[in-house]
Design a protein around this ligand. Sequence first.
Ligand code: NAD
Length: 484
Amino acid sequence: MKKIQNFINGQFADPTNGEYLKIYEPATGNLYALLPLSNSKDVEKAVRAAKNAFPIWSHFSIDQRSACLRNLSEIISDNLDMLSAAESKDNGKPLKLAQNVDIPRASKNFGFFADAITQFSSESHHMVGTAINYTLRQPIGVVGCISPWNLPLYLFSWKIAPALAAGNCVVAKPSEVTPMTAYLLSKFIKDAGFPDGVFNIVHGLGPEAGQAIVDHPEVKAISFTGGTQTGAKIAAAAAPKFKKLSLELGGKNPAIIFADCDFDKMLSNVVLSSFANQGQICLCGSRILIEESIYGKFKTAFIEKVKKIKVGDPIDKDTKMGALVSKEHLEKVLSYVEIAKAEGGKILCGGNRIYPEGRCEQGYFMEPTVIEGLSADCRTNQEEIFGPVVSLIPFKNEKEAVELANCTSYGLAASLWTSDVGRAHRMPEVLDFGIVWVNCWLLRDLRTPFGGVKNSGMGREGGWEALRFFTEPKNVCIKVDPLD
Ligand code: NAD
């Protein structure tokens, strides 16, 4: 059994209290690793190390910092197979998905910010004949990065890379549910050239290790991705201490389908946006809004495709859906199927737990599930289920589509399927979401602002937005006297 360790000040360390949490493999239900149950004492050590390293790291030249990030990016790529296998085992996701998406993207995150920091610049404001202002963008100091379980290394690296690139020292906590690839990453940090203390990883539970990072007075900014309720707790703790906050939270995203769309392209993409990563991507479209005139055609074609999705052992190369991340999460998702039935929903396909034959018999698998007949304001259509469950809702016209799309407390991402150019420009203006994809889904340019509105979060990640978040702007005003 693997024993995970913290990585503090360039050293592997057991938790101060010597306590560990059992980690189970989602595909088999087997116990396979032990996670340090770190507490505020471990966080204190990590923050102290980060604080001591800050004067060194923040005075590294941009080229030196960029080189460390580039090295880490390349080491991740060199270890693609090992990291993909670890991610799939830890999370339950298909190995192919980890190989094609999660691990390449983690490498790209470090590579992207290795480049971005070399191009980052600040503003200058000229008061003609009077003064010149320029903005210094300085690193903040010690920052906390806290990430969820659904895209473990992908999202962990997405916040750490800009934090480090901007010259901050990091205390990071991956999800306790999927800690393995963050632990494996810690083995590469020294080889990438980061000085000790620049990048620290503390493992443990949210209310203990996570909260200790948020509460620590020396941690000046928190970048958090996770559930909306946790985000609210973090915001409440951080606000009186005036910490900078970036919160990437939950979603209840609509896929909006018009009769004039390219039907075949739309169909295969909507199957993906519904069930990729077992529906456990914050951007998955769980509410499928369909123009009335093609509702029947869509329903038949969609269900035919969904029934063909191969659910099973994540290491099987034909598997399209693996296991849900944990027994508790599987039970939560299944409970929503019961809620949907009680609310009058009709289960068109799926709805049940699956017990695959062989080594995955006790794994946390579930059928992809499609429901119809629910009102837009019921719990199934309002609450984030975060699993392979989607609901079909017809709409009459564009106005009603917008109303239905906007009628939840969330506002992360919408996808829109239409071939009407006017509509493709008109609708994004009135959709209350941080991201609107038109005739695509999850198409990402890492330079673009990423994040949600309403209960889906605060602030934006990606590109300059992330580098701005992880720097403090300081205006310098130099009086320029006129020439005598
Ligand atoms: P979660 O909120 O339970 O946990 C996320 C992280 O926060 C974990 O590392 C956890 O240990 C930590 N945490 C928990 N309580 C804490 C506290 N009091 N103080 C500090 N840290 C604490 O979320 P999850 O179940 O791991 O992830 C699923 C959620 O994440 C879903 O709601 C999903 O939509 C959301 N998510 C959002 C995005 C996005 O970009 N908007 C991306 C992925 C996932």
